[in-house]
Design a protein around this ligand. Structure first.
Ligand code: RUQ
Ligand code: CUA
Ligand code: CA
Length: 637
């Protein structure tokens, strides 16, 4: 795992992109007027340490299982990926906003209904941009019900069932563009019995006209951003809150009282220079109980054709802390990530254009809301200088924070308590405990169980935006690197490099006993299940229903006769009960390819256009006679 420079004779000679990026990005920031202090970077950075080869913990022997799942977003690939850690083995790709031939996501009627269709039945969107994926909670840790993930392009929130690891709902957010940060709540702010996730909070990064129907195009000063609360169970948008500035990353408190979003554009600007004009930006806090009381009391408006109630969280309407719905805490310039410490006490905002992290004490934010704190800024209890380009922070459950430094290509380990002591005036303490190079330009970093009260401080995954010289080149775009670090000791140890298909963002590392899947479905859960009683073919005008069963190695009907111009709905129920005994179903020249797992039902609807014989065949190797598993679709002229 030693960092090696390509020898001069190597075919691959890569100029130091790290240096280039560091310098050019710094120059860009400097010309834009950013103030970047360097004093946080005095500690010696060390080269990557080789992992102890003899006992490589990332080597999971054949037949052995990983101890963690990692659920990671896939950026513009529009899916969610599941890895085993520490090995880095790819376990699954969960299609969400994208289509997937193997699964038939985007092909089956059931998946199309989740994804959303146009009146003609075609998919409304086939692209997505997933950034942040987080699990649902109970008692401050994962409860194996759901994962939630955003689509930044089309401002949709998706839910994934943890038991099947399949997407089951997608909700568009009204009057929102650039839906980026997302975090589920961890319990109800009022009802002690509701100690689990019932809401998902969604931030909007881009200002738009409200409603976005052609008005105010020439006047961005009238544009706005809405914070959205989605009901985790129904996936309906419960309410929205209009704010000043924008929202990027999100965090929620363990007591359910607060949600917060970083804001890099407190300036409400519509251009780059404007968005970097202010010396400080903010982290905006939402008082959930008060907002929901205001909704209940009807202190709301609606925007355009949306029926979702909207409350006013803008600065002007929230001057009195005792009734305020929102609290804007000043933090470093153009901040990026905000992350909750596992002890439930702090949110840490990463500075991005400021070389600092800002530690906000949640009890003090609640004090401000009670009218007992002078200024919002007084909730800041530490602001250590940690290095250049801080983006995201993870925690080990032992009081230490691990922040990615994009420009320095490092992960920096620092003590939250020491940073607080330093902020109080103790000049003798040094909050920075360790630095480790990563390769290169890290974005998200996340630790094992680090977003729960069970943070165990074993592994940290660094999602790096550039791999440069780490892998064999594969054309203009290199793979991304995911690097796993052992954070169990005083010093971080780099264990392994893994490639990642562009471009992963955030993820969460979940102990394997916190994940409960089911291998075989219940047939009666599918209302359209095909049974021996209702199997067969039925015609109503030119609409033909073909009801088919699969049981290795055969489909229930060897011959299916239809006519040119028919609209055929083929419903297939897999009657095999054996775990992993999945069948595929493809129809040549009809663009149909999907799978059906044991006891599941899936359907497709298509038009027959050309007379002829078409072999419907099983695409998933299921049996010694898998190749023989086919039926004839005869399309008569
Ligand atoms: S943001 S690299 Cu989309 Cu998660 Cu920080
Ligand atoms: Cu059924 Cu292959
Ligand atoms: Ca700004």
């Amino acid at each position: 795992m030693k960092r090696t420079k390509p020898a001069p004779t190597d075919a691959i000679t890569v100029p130091s992109r790290r240096d280039f990026l560091g310098k050019s990005a710094l120059a860009g920031m400097a010309t834009a007027g950013a103030v970047i202090g360097l004093s946080g970077c005095k500690e010696d950075s060390k080269a990557a340490k080789p992992a102890a080869a003899a006992a490589d913990p990332t080597h999971i022997a054949p037949g052995q299982l990983d101890t963690y799942y990692a659920f990671i977003s896939a950026g513009h690939a529009g899916e969610v990926r599941v890895l085993g850690l520490p090995s880095g083995r790819t376990l699954k790709r969960i299609p969400v906003f994208n289509t997937d031939c193997m699964v038939g996501w985007g092909t089956t009627n059931e998946s199309k209904a989740v994804m959303g269709t146009k009146p003609d039945g075609s998919l409304q969107y086939t692209t997505g941009d997933t950034h942040h994926v987080h699990g649902s909670y109970k008692d401050g840790t994962y409860d194996s019900r759901w994962l939630f993930v955003n689509d930044k392009i089309h401002s949709r929130l998706a839910r994934i069932r943890m038991d099947t690891m399949e997407c089951d709902k997608i909700t568009p957010l009204p009057n929102v563009m650039g839906f980026h940060g997302i975090f589920p709540d961890k319990r109800d702010p009022v009802d002690a019995a509701i100690n689990y996730t019932t809401r998902v909070f969604c931030g909007a990064e881009f200002h738009i006209p409200l409603p976005n129907d052609g008005r105010d195009l020439d006047d961005p000063s009238k544009w706005g951003c809405l914070f959205s609360c989605v009901d985790a169970a129904t996936m309906e948008v419960r309410w929205q809150c209009r704010i000043d500035g924008n929202m990027e990353l999100m965090a929620t408190s363990y007591d359910g009282k607060l949600a917060a979003a970083t804001q890099y554009n407190t300036e409400n600007a519509a251009d780059l220079a404007g968005m970097m004009a202010a010396e400080r930006d903010a982290c905006v806090f939402f008082h959930i109980e008060r907002i929901e009381a205001a909704i209940k009391a009807g202190k709301t408006t609606t925007i355009g054709s949306s029926k979702v109630p909207v409350v006013d969280g803008r600065v002007a309407a929230n001057g009195d802390p005792k009734t305020a719905l929102t609290c804007y805490v000043p933090v470093g310039k153009n901040p990026h990530g905000v992350n909750a410490s596992p002890d439930g006490k702090y949110f840490v905002c990463a500075g991005k254009l400021s070389p600092t992290a800002t530690v906000i004490e949640l009890a003090k934010v609640m004090q401000w809301f009670a009218g007992d704190l002078k200024t919002q800024r007084d909730s800041v209890v530490a602001e250590p200088e940690i290095g250049l380009g801080p983006l995201h922070t993870a925690f080990d459950g032992r009081g230490n924070a691990y922040t990615s430094l994009f420009l320095d290509s490092q992960v920096v380990k620092w003590s939250v308590d020491l940073a607080i002591a330093q902020f109080k005036g103790d000049k003798t303490v040094k909050p920075i405990l360790d630095r480790h190079d990563v390769h290169y330009q890290p974005g998200h970093g996340y630790s094992s169980m680090g977003e729960t009260k069970e943070a165990d401080g074993k592994y940290f995954n660094s999602g790096n935006k550039f791999s440069k010289d780490r892998f064999l080149p594969v054309g203009p775009l290199h793979p991304e690197t995911e690097q796993i670090l052992d954070i169990s000791g005083d010093k971080m140890v780099l264990l392994a490099d893994h490639t990642a298909y562009p471009e992963p963002h955030d993820g969460c590392i979940v102990r394997r006993d916190r994940v409960k899947t089911r291998q075989v479905a219940t047939m009666t859960d599918f209302p359209n299940a095909v049974t021996a009683e209702n199997a067969g073919i039925e015609r109503k005008g030119n609409k033909v229903s073909v009801r088919l069963m699969s049981q290795a190695p055969a489909f229930s009907m060897p011959v299916i006769k239809v006519k040119v111009g028919d609209e055929v709905t083929l419903t297939l129920t897999n009657h095999d009960k054996v775990e992993d005994l999945t069948h595929g179903c493809a129809i040549p020249f009809h663009n149909i390819n999907f799978i059906v797992n044991p006891q599941e039902t899936r359907s497709v609807t298509f038009k027959t256009e050309h007379a002829g014989a078409y072999w419907i065949y099983c695409t998933h190797f299921c049996h010694a006679l898998h190749l023989e598993m086919r039926s004839r679709l005869l399309v008569e002229a």
